[in-house]
Design a protein around this ligand. Structure first.
Ligand SMILES: NCc1[nH]cc(CCC(=O)O)c1CC(=O)O
Length: 314
């Protein structure tokens, strides 16, 4: 293979393929080079149990990362929220492109909003974070543990088979990337439903010893988006300091406005009966201070008993 062509590892789901293609096209364009897509099957794609019981974090990311480390592919495109916060020796997140919509979205039958769902309505999600916040907003709902790809989840709401749910909650970013935003009946404002740390952002990861002069590395530098990096650094610092994973009932949302980083955090009891929140700002952030800021807020939350609340140490 020519040096000018880089290979991109991707999971095989429609969403993963779509976002890998989008990211690789952007890097290719910016770096003036070509690429090839290689599909990788991951543990998360093979196992079918409830997501919260698959154990450990990173079920989607580990196989892809191994391919990069082994040199079988040059670039892995991850959904940042599926990527464990612990750094991996030999790997480098060389680009975080501008974040897509970070919000969660309700896809309900008959155009209903969360407020309009009837008493006791069945709402599907596999995420403890969404479960806890949904229960806090609507304790009457019947929450159904679901997983599978976006299409499978939406089918549960469509008339016909199985059609057993009144609504599902999904990431707006995934729906938008798939051209399915028409299915969204309500965007859930972060004030009511804080997204997962890193939600809506893609992490473009390569080997740490990649040639800095290569078209791949130059293309990655061009698609990196500094405000996104600052925001998700603070969000993931909270998660790392809480020692929580993507299955923890922890929601965060950071954004940069006029040089000030604003960060909202929620840690919830799994049944949503107790939630602790924080909202703070940091002026003139750098990646280092955004990281320290997120960790300090997590420490404050731990001092307030967040670990007991979310049973983070179980
Ligand atoms: N956990 C599954 C997952 N991982 C990334 C996305 C897409 C959202 C994103 O880009 O962060 C989804 C689907 C979802 O949460 O609805």
């Amino acid at each position: 293979m020519s040096d000018a062509v880089f290979t991109v590892g991707t999971r095989g789901s429609q969403l993963a393929m779509t976002q890998s293609r989008w990211a690789a096209d952007a890097v290719s364009r910016a770096g003036g080079t070509e690429h090839e897509l290689v599909t990788v099957r991951t543990e998360g794609d093979v196992l079918t149990g409830p997501l919260s019981q698959l154990g450990g974090t990173g079920v989607f990311a580990t196989a892809l990362r191994a391919q990069v480390l082994d040199g079988r592919v040059d670039l892995a495109v991850h959904s940042l929220k599926d990527l464990p916060t612990a750094p991996v020796e030999g790997l480098w997140i060389a680009a975080l492109p501008e974040r897509e919509d970070p919000r969660d979205a309700l896809c309900a039958r008959d155009g209903l909003t969360l407020e309009q769902l009837p008493e006791g309505a069945a709402v599907g999600t596999g995420s403890p974070r969404r479960v806890a916040q949904l229960r806090a907003l609507r304790p009457d709902l019947r929450i159904v543990d679901i997983r599978g790809n976006v299409g499978t989840r939406l089918n549960r709401v469509d008339p016909g088979d199985p059609g057993d749910l009144d609504a599902v909650v999904l990431a707006a970013s995934g729906l938008k990337r798939l051209g399915l935003e028409g299915r969204i009946t309500e965007y859930l404002d972060p004030h009511r439903m804080l997204p997962a740390p890193g939600q809506g952002a893609l992490a473009l990861e390569i080997r740490a010893d990649a040639d800095p002069g290569s078209p791949l590395v130059r293309g990655l530098a061009a698609v990196d988006h500094a405000p996104t990096r600052l925001a998700v650094t603070a969000e993931r610092a909270v998660l790392a300091q809480l020692e929580a994973g993507c299955a923890a009932p922890v929601g965060t949302y950071a954004r940069l406005a006029d040089g000030v980083l604003e960060l909202d955090v929620v840690v919830a009891d799994p049944d949503g009966s107790e939630v602790v929140r924080r909202s703070e700002t940091l002026a003139d952030p750098t990646v280092a201070t955004a990281d320290a800021f997120g960790r300090r807020i997590a420490d404050d939350l731990l001092a307030d008993g967040a670990d007991r609340l979310a049973r983070l140490t179980l």
